[in-house]
Write a protein that binds this ligand. Structure first.
Ligand code: SER
Length: 325
């Protein structure tokens, strides 16, 4: 981002938004990164720099805010995740698709220059090869969320090819961080397990013990996002979404890692409706295309992530002042 550029993060109170706003403000200066959400966000996100209440479905208000702050880059993170979307089919479709159209159209009208829009491993489905899922393969998602993300991918590619819109996208795996809680996703258990290990010493998992899914530690996801946004446009041939891989593990494997820190920790399993969603997704991801085109490389494996999570979360959960962060 050059000096004249200004970014907005839409969905700043969410799991990715909380981390991304902080990182972007650190890199570009607090005044150059506007945070926005339909509701309030953490103290840090709301008070450390510009903040706007915004429903991304309100195209007029979105255009006003873009104009007011002279925004050049949009990070569109507002979405309903996989588990919530199954319960709210139509509103998930509206938010996930119309929100994207509102932003793509602003770029088409040359009111903004660059867009980041997250896709997901959820674009894959039961017929996709599950191990080392390639960049281009069968994608027949069986969830509302996956259908909306796959359609979004196609629209991003279309707007790039047809109108020259500079849109960039990543297929995030399940994300794990300590700064915020996820909401409504199928991979959320992998964050909750750390909180429950510290606060209760046990955890009831809503997925079965052998359910292996692709996952990533938040600092890697943020690095991927920023690296992709910095990559020279001409290097990027896939505007619909890059596979990126961090680690893959099952509840049983992460529980074993947690036990290294809390030897008395116990996990029990009570799979619910989210099991079916998880079963439709890949076990691991082949990210060689992202490595080749823009030099992607993950830093954290399960052990390194677990150490870092506990290092930050233990003091936070034991000190209510830090929790408000
Ligand atoms: N973590 C997301 C979910 O579970 C996947 O993109 O919905």
């Amino acid at each position: 981002m050059t000096r004249k550029e200004k970014a907005i993060v839409i969905g700043a109170s969410g799991q990715i938004g909380t981390d991304l706003v902080e990182k972007l403000r650190e890199l570009y200066g607090v005044d150059n990164v506007v945070a926005s959400d339909i509701k309030g966000a953490s103290n840090t996100v709301m008070n450390d720099g510009p903040f706007e209440i915004l429903d991304v479905l309100d195209g007029n208000k979105l255009a006003e805010i873009i104009e007011k702050h002279k925004i050049t880059q949009v990070y569109l993170l507002a979405a309903l995740l996989s588990a919530t979307a199954e319960a709210k089919i139509k509103s998930a479709w509206r938010l996930n698709m119309d929100g994207l159209f509102n932003v793509l159209d602003l770029a088409k009208e040359k009111k903004i220059e660059k867009i980041f829009w997250p896709s997901s491993i959820a674009i894959f489905g039961p017929s996709t090869p599950k191990v080392k899922t390639p960049q281009n393969t069968i994608a027949e998602p069986s969830t509302v969320y996956g259908i909306s993300k796959l359609a979004g991918e196609r629209w991003c590619e279309y707007y790039y090819k047809k109108f020259g819109v500079d849109v960039r996208s990543i297929r995030y795996p399940g994300l794990i961080g300590y700064k915020s809680m996820p909401g409504g996703g199928t991979t959320d258990y992998a964050v909750q397990i750390f909180h429950d290990a510290i606060l209760k010493g046990n955890f009831e998992c809503f997925l079965g013990k052998q359910t292996t899914l692709p996952m990533m530690y938040m600092p890697d996801a943020i690095k991927a996002t920023i690296d992709l946004m910095h990559a020279p446009s001409e290097k990027l041939s896939a505007r619909y979404g890059y596979n990126i891989a961090g680690m893959s593990f099952s509840p049983k494997e992460i529980a074993a890692e947690v036990k290294k820190h809390f030897p008395d920790f116990e996990i029990s399993y009570k799979p619910d409706h989210r099991q079916q969603i998880a079963d439709s997704w890949p076990h691991s991801i082949d990210d060689s295309f992202a490595r080749m085109e823009w030099g992607w490389n993950a830093e954290y494996d399960l052990e390194k992530m677990t150490n870092d999570m506990f290092k930050h979360l233990i003091p936070m959960l034991k000190n209510p002042e830090l929790q408000k962060h």
